[in-house]
Design a protein around this ligand. Structure first.
Ligand SMILES: [Zn+2]
Ligand SMILES: [Zn+2]
Length: 200
């Protein structure tokens, strides 16, 4: 089960001017639930810096640095504040599970994208081996019609299929991205933790 990945964090500003950050800026410790119940005048969202991401990871949470813009939301000034309940604005966190196809090198365990065929760290790659020639074949015959990969040397006498020596594996990486829902004065704001990629 993937744990939430934080790319943004919130800071609650209370009516007396004091602030409660989601993560302690010095230790990276999560204060997500400890200040619940205090009135809130403003909620700010900041991108996680590389330094804070490191501190958060040291505390066992998952965080990634980002360059997302700072967002600021004001609570209505005359809103009655009920200290018994979680006060206005109504605010909660939810997650989106996303999958990424990734590749891993069996030799050095480097991870890279699926558009790369050769390990960028140790240059390992999947190889084709011919049992008759007892050698690696750099330029095999790729027969897509029959879904075969054959040895070009043996092709002239007795066509032979090649065996793949696998060094690079594909796997699915799971990431639970967080987003926040903030309701102020009947308006629902969705605070995403990633930029939506626009098609060109
Ligand atoms: Zn490698
Ligand atoms: Zn051969």
């Amino acid at each position: 089960m993937a744990r939430p990945t934080f790319r943004r964090f919130w800071v609650e500003i209370h009516p007396d001017g004091s602030a409660s950050p989601q993560f302690d800026p010095f230790t990276g410790k999560s204060h997500e639930t400890s200040d619940a119940g205090q009135p809130v005048a403003q909620v700010l969202f900041y991108p996680i810096s590389p330094g804070l991401a490191e501190k958060i990871r040291a505390q066992g949470d998952v965080a990634e640095p980002s360059e997302l813009p700072v967002l600021s939301f004001e609570a209505p000034p005359c809103q009655p504040i009920d200290l018994e309940k979680r006060p206005l604005p109504d605010f909660y966190r939810t997650g989106t599970l996303r999958y990424y196809m990734r590749r891993i090198c069996g030799f050095c365990e480097a991870e890279f994208g699926t558009d790369v065929e050769v390990c960028p760290r140790c240059l390992a790659k999947n190889q084709w081996y011919c049992g008759t020639c007892d050698s690696l074949i750099a330029e095999p015959i790729v027969d897509r019609e029959r879904d075969q990969v054959r040895c070009p040397i043996c092709e002239k006498t007795e066509p032979r299929g090649l065996k793949m020596i696998r060094c690079i594996g594909d796997f699915n990486e799971e990431k639970l991205y967080t987003h926040y829902v903030l309701e102020i004065d009947g308006h629902r704001h969705l605070i995403l933790d990633y930029k939506i990629k626009c098609k060109q």
